[in-house]
Design a protein around this ligand. Structure first.
Ligand code: ATP
Length: 683
């Protein structure tokens, strides 16, 4: 410790020995300001230096600790000064190479002394050697071979592992002084926070196993902190009262009478959950999760009609222009028999039309509006906005959500997503949202047959398409992103379009891609939707939500380049009607590693949950959940997959903590999320 006040967990980090102003500034940039922040800077891996390897057992590339006798020390003064040291144990010999050996140290390196060292082995001129190993003389009274694993810390330029280890060694004795926010809330045999920290920093008894209670103690607290962070962001939104959207439900019943099908039981259950929420003055914050094609749009319609019946407006925002337009068409078709008009706000609205929609919204003449982000631009005002529906949560940030909600006094919010994640996980990462799940597909769906084939069989495939088109069916042909280049993707799509147009002279083939103007895109989609066009060649713009039940073949080129979530979404475009559907995953050989695994999963499952889980395993939870949840990608101890069992208890733990000690929340958030960005509201 430096001179001055005694060291506590709250001391500034510069109070530690060896932390000068320059290093303190670097630490600050990593979000480490106080001594306790350092305690939660946990190792990312460990090395086992406890075991001494006999020299005869060493292999190039290995990292190993050895102990032996110095046979000789040779000082070379060539272009670059260096020392070559021969070392032997009973089993063999090896060489050490050092490029600097200063004053006092040089005196120690003498023939006949015993040396302990650790480093990576490589093949040198005279057999195996280590370059600049970590070392200690093993024949001194104070020598002690490592008792614990050696931790490695995430670092930054100018801070070595030795720095970290020295600082943590000073901080660790303070671990028991940290406030235990969960005292009394955890099972009595759970280790303390101090035990958990010592265990992870020192790697006692081997690499900390995921299931070790000391590690679990920390993981639990970290998951709780993330849960509370999301929740508090939601709570801030929930302060104001929302309009109670209650009504006899006559409009909905009327709507159902003209619908060609009846809602599934799952849809009915979810609709009733939503109607209950809408009837309260506490603003609804609900996440509707349903696999591709499960019929989320009908649920959205039910919510919309509930708002309308109560005399309020509803706004439905989709992530892309195509989807927003498709939604407008669907709502217009469904609602026009009820005499309800649907407005649409898109980037390409002609200004006159746009002005009149804006006026109607502001003066309350228009009750339903669909659109993209255009919906929450400046200049869009609502007379009585009661409900906001957002499709595909992943593409909208928290900030955009807030902007849209500001358009109404405090409208109810329904977020829809087709990415199924386990309920326990959803409750942690969407802690600010209640969850409804459509866990049943509409009846009459036939499973989509999935075929994986090399692109060398393309000609054969085109033959098969000719037959299908002859039988009146429709086909999607998707060209995925090539090396992140939109231009190349477009070229590939254009080539496939030309090839298919030539090969299928009796079919109308269309092309849709992200660079088309809105009106052109809409025209192509409309032709495909109406059945006038049989083959739609598309870049991945059609990924989410396009609904053409007559389409029964989906061909995906270069399927090996796409992720599981995208493949599942794309495949979900077919199998929506009664006809037997097929999805063909074309790949360019050779097929290796994760790509092979992804295609195998696609062939073996159609269950969105199974696929999402596999996706999370292959990509890691952080990547899988996308950038909105960056905070989760940076968890230090917990792992959303590995620690899934812990997740189930988190909401309850959060409730109990909030009831007992709401002030502790701030401390917890600071401890785990403190200096890092991630959750906008928390940082
Ligand atoms: N209860 C039902 N019975 C029969 N068909 C239904 C039912 N509910 C919805 N559908 C139809 O199923 C198809 C898929 O519905 P919808 O587009 O709402 O799915 P989704 O959940 O939005 O899927 P995606 O995530 O792919 O957009 C539509 O053609 C819709 O009309």
């Amino acid at each position: 410790m430096k001179a001055g006040a005694p060291l506590t967990p709250d001391s500034p980090i510069s109070a530690l020995r060896g932390v000068g102003p320059a290093l303190a500034e670097r630490l600050e940039r990593m979000g480490l300001r106080r001594v306790q922040d350092l305690l939660f800077h946990l190792p990312s891996r460990y090395q086992d230096r406890r075991h001494i390897h006999p020299m005869a057992s060493l292999q190039p590339g290995m990292e190993a600790a050895v102990e032996g006798e110095i046979l000789d020390v040779e000082h070379l003064r060539g272009r670059r000064e260096q020392w070559l040291v021969r070392l032997a144990d009973g089993s063999g010999q090896m060489q050490l190479r050092l490029f600097h050996l200063h004053g006092a140290m040089r005196g120690q390196w003498r023939r006949g002394r015993r040396l302990w060292c650790f480093g990576e082995l490589r093949t040198g001129f005279h057999g195996l050697e280590m370059v600049h190993p970590e070392w200690a003389m093993a024949d001194t009274a104070d020598f002690q071979a490592p008792q614990h694993l050696t931790p490695f810390y995430p670092s930054t330029e100018g801070i070595t592992q030795l720095h970290w280890r020295r600082w943590i060694a000073q901080a660790l004795p303070l671990a028991d002084q940290l406030p235990d926010y969960l005292q009394g809330l955890l099972p009595p045999l759970m280790p303390s926070m101090g035990d958990g920290l010592r265990f992870l920093h020192q790697g006692e008894g081997g690499t900390p196993a995921p299931a070790h209670p000391a590690r679990q103690r920390l993981a639990l607290e970290e998951l709780l902190a993330h849960h509370l962070a999301v929740r508090s962001a939601g709570a801030a939104e929930c302060g104001a009262a929302a309009p109670k959207l209650q009504g006899p439900g006559a409009l909905w019943r009327h709507f159902l009478q003209q619908l060609p099908f009846a809602p599934t039981r799952a849809q009915e259950r979810v609709i009733s959950e939503i109607r209950t929420d809408l009837g309260r003055s506490r603003p609804m914050r609900r996440l509707l999760q349903g696999d591709v094609g499960s019929g989320k749009t009908l649920v959205a319609a039910a919510a919309t009609l509930t708002a309308l019946e109560a005399g309020y407006q509803a706004a439905f925002m989709a992530p892309t222009e195509i989807l927003a337009e498709q939604l407008r068409d669907r709502f217009a078709l469904w609602f026009s028999p009820l005499g309800i008009g649907v407005g649409h706000l898109a980037g390409r609205n002609r200004s006159g039309e746009r002005r009149s929609i804006l006026r109607d919204l502001e003066e309350g003449r228009l009750a339903v509006v669909t659109g993209t982000q255009a919906l929450f631009q400046e200049g869009v005002a609502f007379a009585r906005l009661g409900l906001v529906i957002i499709d595909e949560q992943h593409r909208f940030g928290v900030e955009q959500r807030r902007q849209l909600q500001e358009k109404g006094s405090m409208p109810h919010l329904l977020v829809m997503t087709a990415t199924p994640i386990p309920r326990t996980l959803a409750m942690t990462i969407h802690a600010d949202l209640d969850l409804s799940v459509i866990d049943e597909l509409p009846p009459g769906r036939t499973p989509v047959e999935t075929v994986v084939m090399p692109d060398s069989r393309r000609a054969e495939l085109v033959e098969r398409m000719r037959d299908l088109v002859g039988a009146g069916r429709q086909i999607y042909w998707v060209c995925p992103l090539i090396e992140e280049s939109e231009i190349l993707q477009l070229r590939a799509a254009e080539e496939s379009f030309a090839e298919l147009s030539a090969a299928l002279p009796n079919a109308r083939v269309g092309l849709v891609h992200g660079r088309l103007k809105g009106a052109e895109k809409a025209a192509v989609m409309a032709a495909f939707q109406s059945g006038a066009m049989q083959v739609l060649v598309a870049t991945t713009v059609i990924e989410v939500g396009v609904d053409v039940p007559n389409a029964s073949l989906m061909v995906i080129e270069h399927a090996e380049r796409l992720g599981l979530a995208q493949l599942h979404q794309l495949r979900g475009r077919v199998g929506r009607g009664a006809a037997k559907s097929t999805c063909i995953l074309l790949y360019h050989p050779p097929l290796a590693g994760k790509a092979r695994e992804r295609l195998r999963v696609m062939r073996s499952s159609q269950d969105g949950f199974v696929i999402a889980r596999k996706d999370m395993e292959l990509r890691g939870p952080g990547e899988f959940l996308g950038t909105r949840q960056t905070g989760l990608a940076q968890m230090r101890v917990a792992d959303l997959l590995r620690d899934e069992a812990l997740l189930a208890g988190i909401p309850d733990l959060a409730e109990r903590l909030l009831a007992r000690d709401p002030a502790a929340v701030e401390g917890l958030l600071h401890r785990w999320l403190g200096g890092r960005l991630g959750y906008g509201q928390v940082a």
